[in-house]
Design a protein around this ligand. Structure first.
Ligand code: ANZ
Ligand code: ZN
Length: 873
């Protein structure tokens, strides 16, 4: 039976009569239905017999508005989650809010709204947007990091770490952003500027701070990068560089006992080394200077020892030497400026001779001790041996100050092939593959062997050892701000630092706190908060007023999703054993170091507390590209923001999401074009009308026909393509393009359908599978059409269609055959024909035979499946 049987409709064509696609009617209706089914997106318990799949998108900061970057991120995750449900998995697809942080305080100052109120209303607004987008989140396990039921566990972990010596307090030089009025972690300083304030240079200050001992895990964090083969290479490399492992040797130089401040003449003498005829023990002070070097093989070429300006020994020297003191002050100042400007690596080198000497333990030579502005206190030991002949920076320094340059390694082959003479290497000569000279007993050794032997020698003699240095520093977590997790520590005059007992957690963040941009934590100005009782002695105690870096919150939030309501523990360890590691994490590459190193550390720490078994939190990581508009990143500051609400109002959530997936492969940047959204919306409209037109259609053939087979072939090819993409690289743009092609094929088949040449069963199957294939990309439309075609059961739990290879097989394809680049014929061959078969088929063709008659084929160009070209003379 064909569709236009109703006589009252006979006057209009089916196209004119049929319903218009109206997402603003369809989508809210389904949104309402989904909201009434809390089980729809719920994870099943660990006892489920389905395979588990944990898909996670990075949780947003609740600014109040989703932007297109979010929409893109969530559209990718949502497509994957829906696909996995249809593949029969037990899916965990949660969402939450990274809700602490400075913007809430800034908004409070600006609008006079308390941070809590501002944050919670932003969350409500963004949640509405997410629901309107139709994202499949299990809201029953929503995590909001600014609420006490979450942050109490930050405090609980902090105390566990304190007990294990993993959380400690020390005075240190810190990065200070005057605009944030707080300390920043190293990771939050971008080329010397604040990560939140692009134009704000970060200052250095000395403050008592809480640190987490992430460096205990430096080696493991590095080693386990090797396990993360589901992570982008670039992210692993960034982490590796950030951890910055360096193998070398620590060597102790004796500090020689010298007279007080040197005369100017003596200062001049600092420019050379001299070998002491004999070393009297009385000449040694007993003090040692440890240096860290990666090239102990060059130690006989050391011509000075250099100290960081803030090295403790420098302070000692300067105490009795005013001239030195003032020079050191300016070196410190230069270093500070360079650090703040983020180019400490390129600092213009300055230094000053201290008038003191150190003794090279390998050679017994006395080396002048200098202070230099390019030596960093917090790397290695804060002191180096300077080897000008073999190190760029030392060379530059030595040239400037006239220090001796002494060659101690040479290329293995030094004979100049032209002159036959020994060639002097260009200085500084830094090659690893070289031989030692001028190095006492170590002469003629290869440099690698020398490094091993010399480190062993130093160890044996007790003045050094092989060591490893990391660039990674402990994580400073103290922030002098209000809107964060209170650090659960007390200071008692009698008992010192005392953690808040577990049964007094959470330490609640008080409301009604005046937020100002003055220095010092706003909590320090709340006496009810500060004044506490010592749990040990019952005497008065002062409460810590710093709050935790918000990166603490995001270090473990994804564990909490498995049991967000638990008030006895941060999570249920059995549930973690089931759900972890996360199967797929999706987010921006801007988190490659900060968040993704901290959360790896937190996982290892929790494992060592015996809470979990997994070593790593995330199995596979995907970093999506940026959303670009008019040539630059879509952002408020660029004024090129496209509002998701606007797009949804105009084209619907399905079109907006599908466009975000269609416009570019997800790992690439996406250039936002509204025309493109309109185009996707027109496509969805075609699908809508087509399915409506043929739902329940029964006017076709009862048996399989050639037209049916052609349709089936296209359908199964489409299924195969999309299925492969979902398990691999997620080129959703080509998935959606493939669905578009399928719809083109269907439209082109309409005359055949009308002529009854397509079997009813095949048409019905095609419609059904088309709806299923669209489900991850356009869930509203799919649900609507699923109902229309009488689909049984919940679409999301309907098995994903299976590609039938035999049906997908192309029987024959046509290949153009050229002679000297001119088209002469077309041959039909099997789609999977090999090269020889293709060539033979071309040669057997009558037209080609004629064209080649009497000519000599000099070359055959054959593009399999595409083209054959005979080049003839
Ligand atoms: C002598 C030497 C000779 C060095 C030579 C290099 C080449 P990486 O690889 O980054 O770990 N160094 C050590 N501590 C330093 C500090 N606090 N500030 C500035 N420079 C420091 O670099 C290690 C090398 O950097 C060390 O090896 C040391 O210079 C320098 F032919 O020692 B080397
Ligand atoms: Zn006490």
């Amino acid at each position: 039976m064909s569709v236009s049987q109703n006589p009252s409709e006979a006057a209009t064509s089916p196209q004119e009569r049929e319903a218009r696609y109206n997402p603003s009617e369809i989508e809210p209706r389904w949104q309402q239905r989904w909201a009434e089914q809390p089980e729809l997106y719920a994870m099943e318990p660990a006892s489920s017999n389905k395979p588990k799949y944990y898909v996670l998108e990075m949780l947003p900061y609740p600014s109040g508005q989703l932007h297109m970057g979010h929409v893109r991120n969530y559209a990718i995750g949502d497509a994957l989650a829906r696909y996995m449900w249809m593949q029969g998995h037990n899916v965990l697809h949660p969402m939450g809010w990274d809700a602490f942080g400075l913007p809430a305080e800034n908004a409070a100052i600006k609008n006079n709204t308390p941070p809590r109120e501002w944050t919670l209303s932003n969350i409500a607004a963004m949640k509405r947007q997410m629901d309107r987008l139709g994202l499949s989140y299990d809201w029953r396990n929503e995590v909001t990091t600014c609420l006490p039921d979450y942050y109490r566990w930050n405090q609980w972990f902090f105390i566990r770490m304190f007990e294990k010596g993993l959380a400690y307090r020390k005075k240190s030089k810190v990065n200070w952003c005057p605009q944030c009025a707080t300390v920043l972690a190293n990771e939050q300083v971008i080329n010397g500027y604040c990560w939140r304030h692009e134009d704000q240079l970060v200052e250095q200050r000395d403050l008592e701070q809480w640190f987490l001992r992430i460096t205990n895990y430096a080696q493991e964090l590095l080693d386990d990068l090797g396990k993360l083969d589901g992570w982008p290479e670039k992210v692993r490399t960034m982490q590796q560089n950030w951890i910055g492992r360096s193998e070398g040797t620590e060597v102790e130089f004796d500090l020689e006992d010298s007279a007080s401040a040197p005369e100017d003449e003596e200062r001049e003498r600092g420019k050379g080394t001299e070998v002491l005829p004999f070393l009297e023990t009385s000449k040694k002070t007993g003090k040692k200077i440890a240096v860290f070097t990666t090239r102990v093989d060059t130690i006989f070429g050391a011509t000075s020892v250099q100290l960081a300006p803030e090295h403790p020994l420098v302070k000692e020297f300067a105490a009795s030497d005013e001239k030195l003191a003032s020079e050191v002050t300016s070196l410190i100042e230069q270093q500070k400026k360079a650090r703040e400007a983020g180019d400490i690596g390129e600092i213009e080198k300055h230094g000053v001779f201290t008038g003191h000497y150190a003794i090279n333990p390998f050679s017994g030579e006395r080396l002048p001790i200098w202070v230099a502005n390019y030596i960093l206190l917090d790397y290695g030991t804060g002191a180096i041996m300077s080897v000008p002949a073999h190190d760029e920076r030392d060379y530059e320094f030595a040239k400037k100050y006239g220090l001796e340059v002494r060659i101690v390694i040479l290329p293995r082959r030094t004979i100049d092939p032209e002159t036959g003479k020994d060639a002097e290497p260009m200085l500084p000569y830094t090659a690893e593959d070289s031989l030692l000279i001028n190095s006492g007993d170590f002469n003629t050794l290869g440099n690698e062997e020398a490094q091993k032997k010399m480190a062993a020698f130093a160890e044996e003699k007790g003045f050094g050892k092989a060591t490893v240095t990391f660039r990674l520093k402990d994580w400073g977590v103290s922030r002098q701000r209000y809107w964060g997790t209170p650090i659960p520590m007390l200071y008692c005059e009698k008992d010192g630092i005392v953690p808040v007992p577990d049964d007094q957690l959470p330490v609640l963040l008080p409301d009604n706190v005046a937020i100002t941009q003055e220095n010092g934590s706003p909590l320090g100005r709340v006496p009810e908060f500060v004044n506490a009782t010592c749990p040990k002695c019952g005497g008065p105690a002062r409460r810590e007023t710093d709050t935790m870096d918000t990166f603490v919150d995001s270090s473990w939030y994804f564990y909490r999703y498995t049991s967000a309501k638990d008030d006895k523990a941060p999570y249920d360890s059995d549930a973690i054993a089931y759900w972890f590691p996360i199967d797929q994490y999706i987010g921006g590459v801007e988190h490659a170091i900060l968040h993704l190193i901290y959360s790896r550390f937190w996982t290892k720490m929790m494992r060592d507390l015996g809470l979990i078994k997994n070593d790593e939190p995330v199995q596979r990581l995907f970093t999506q590209g940026m959303v670009i508009k008019d040539g630059s990143k879509m952002s408020k500051s660029k004024g090129n923001v496209v509002s998701p609400d606007d797009m949804i109002a105009r084209y619907g959530a399905d079109a907006t999401r599908a466009y975000a997936l269609f416009a570019a492969p997800p790992d690439r940047d996406l250039d936002w074009q509204e025309d493109g959204v309109a185009g996707v919306s027109r496509f969805l409209s075609r699908v809508y009308r087509f399915v409506n037109r043929y739902a329940g259609y029964t006017g076709g053939a009862a048996q399989s026909t050639p037209a049916s087979q052609a349709l089936q072939r296209k359908l199964h090819q489409t299924i195969a393509k999309i299925t492969i993409d979902f398990s691999g690289r997620w080129h959703f743009n080509t998935c959606i393009a493939a669905i578009m092609e399928l719809v083109n094929t269907l439209t082109a088949a309409e005359p055949a359908i009308a002529a009854g040449e397509v079997s009813d069963a095949v048409l019905a199957d095609t419609l059904r599978d088309l709806v299923l294939l669209l489900a991850p990309f356009a869930p509203y439309l799919s649900c609507e059409l699923w109902e229309k075609i009488g689909g049984q059961g919940e679409l999301l739990r309907t098995p994903w269609p299976k590609a039938d290879e035999s049906l997908a097989k192309e029987d024959a394809i046509e290949i153009p055959v050229q002679v000297n680049g001119k088209l002469r014929s077309v041959v039909r061959i099997a789609a999977d024909a090999d090269q020889d078969t293709t060539r033979d088929a071309a040669l057997a063709d009558e037209k080609i035979k004629a064209a080649l008659e009497g000519k000599q084929v000099v070359k055959l160009i054959l593009v399999p499946g595409k083209l054959v070209n005979f080049v003839v003379k």
